[in-house]
Design a protein around this ligand. Structure first.
Ligand SMILES: [Zn+2]
Length: 96
């Protein structure tokens, strides 16, 4: 299956959890840090991540990255560094 057809099919699918990928990505750090004070939103994101093939790998990456950072004695990475690594991941993903 080509990436083009896959993209169209994903656009036609209902968004898991009733929230779209952009919405999930915008709140991903807050979700991971447990900083969302809206339990309904938290549940929507959880449901979305469980079903979404696009968001789940990014979520997993962020989770692993946070663990990597905290294993080294830091409670959080500078947002700039996180963004940079995240961006690199997204660009690599575009090459397949
Ligand atoms: Zn998604």
């Amino acid at each position: 299956m080509t990436g083009f057809i896959r993209d169209i099919m994903e656009k036609m699918m209902p968004q898991p959890g009733g929230i779209d990928c952009g919405g999930v990505m915008a709140q991903l750090y807050e979700y991971l840090d447990g900083e969302l004070d809206d339990p309904a939103l938290q549940e929507k994101i959880r449901a979305h991540l469980e079903k979404c093939r696009r968001c789940y790998p990014r979520y997993n990456f962020e989770k692993a990255f946070l663990r990597f950072v905290s294993d080294r004695g830091h409670t959080s990475a500078p947002p700039e560094l996180r963004r940079k690594i995240f961006q690199t991941l997204l660009e690599e993903e575009g090459h397949d």
